[in-house]
Design a protein around this ligand. Sequence first.
Ligand code: PLP
Length: 437
Amino acid sequence: EGSPMGEKLNFDRSAKVIAENSRFVAGGVNSNFRLGMQPGPLVFERGEGPYLFDVDGNRLIDYYCGMGAMVLGHNPLGVRQAVKDQVDRGILFAGQAPIEFEAARIICERIPSAERIRFGSSGSEVAQAAMRLARAATGRRTIVKFEGHYHGWFDNILWSTAPALDVAGPEGAPTAVGGSKGQDPSEAAGLSILGWNDLAAVEARLAKGDVAAVFMEAAMCNQGAISPAPGYLEGVQAACRKHGTLLIFDEVITGFRLGQGGAQKLFGVTPDISIFAKAIANGFPVAAIAGRADLIDMFATGGVLHGGTFNAQPVAMAAMIGTQQGLTGEHHERTSVFGDRLQAGIRDILKEAGIKAQVTGFPLMFHVAFGLEAPARNYREMARSDKKGYSLFALALLQRGVRVLERGAWFVSSEHKDDVVDATLEVVRDAAREVAP
Ligand code: PLP
């Protein structure tokens, strides 16, 4: 268990399992985002609380938290029990179940913008539903999308999520840069790419009168953990109202992580439509599109199609209700104390070690960027961080039993309590010493 002082963990068995099984599964992973960091994709046997246990017998303190989904930590009892109970009652009805209405009521109570909702199974999917709905409601095509924001892996939105700066065009007029070979190049025409946190850019673009929706992560969490500038969200909302454009918040990361009511509650700006996934059901495939009743009702009466065999899957709904029961205001307050302590500890240790870094974000989701003089305010500033330096630090952490994303994000759960924070900071100190200049 854990790492004996000074000795680095070994991941050979993971490497072997991946190599052997790449015969069956492309690259040995089922999402390209798991090809991941050095020393290669890991294979896990079990998760519990803040820990993951891999096939090499390592116990890792996990700050991936299921890419942000595991807000209650791994395998919480309430969620497990809810799932078991539902499995005994039935798995899929291709009809309605009371459990999905209870789940819907909870979301409508917790999320300011949620007058109505529809459930789906992944963030990518409900992002599609949001775009279709916005185009149907406005009769316009263009969606404003921001550089560095990620709304799923589909052709029509996988643009400029993390473009190399040498091909990204001028800062004031970014080029749409595709994210994959094979992507339909004509889809770029449906988007207008802007830099985020720049209100004048949004106002100027919307004034042309052809924009269906402004689609954004209300706090930018895929590249950094960046808050909107004071007045930015309010200003974008006002511009949207002025020009007949809808405002869509992608709360796939921020929802149920920045607090019970997501970024919209935290920042006090209510969008027309918002989407959720990840932490909504602590690791089960649930997503939701929520918003104004007249808009979401277009799925029922406005000729806008939204389908999905697995939508409101009863076992996943049970997991969602179990998760939401755990996500009390008290949960958020308590977990925030751990997250804040961790963040402050990392900041201090890096400073002491002489490593120039910015630690920014929120108690349950923050970002560590090496090499920046000041907190980044948008993608271009974040893209100038020292990614190579941070990846060496991430590897040094992993080799000592702390698993973090290579891109700098840290996801905190309610299981990352004081003792886990202490253990983490000890490892951070060691790793910082290793990579310090
Ligand atoms: N939107 C945001 C902000 C995300 O971070 C992600 C996934 O990381 C998605 C959408 C896509 O969600 P999914 O991976 O469930 O399709």
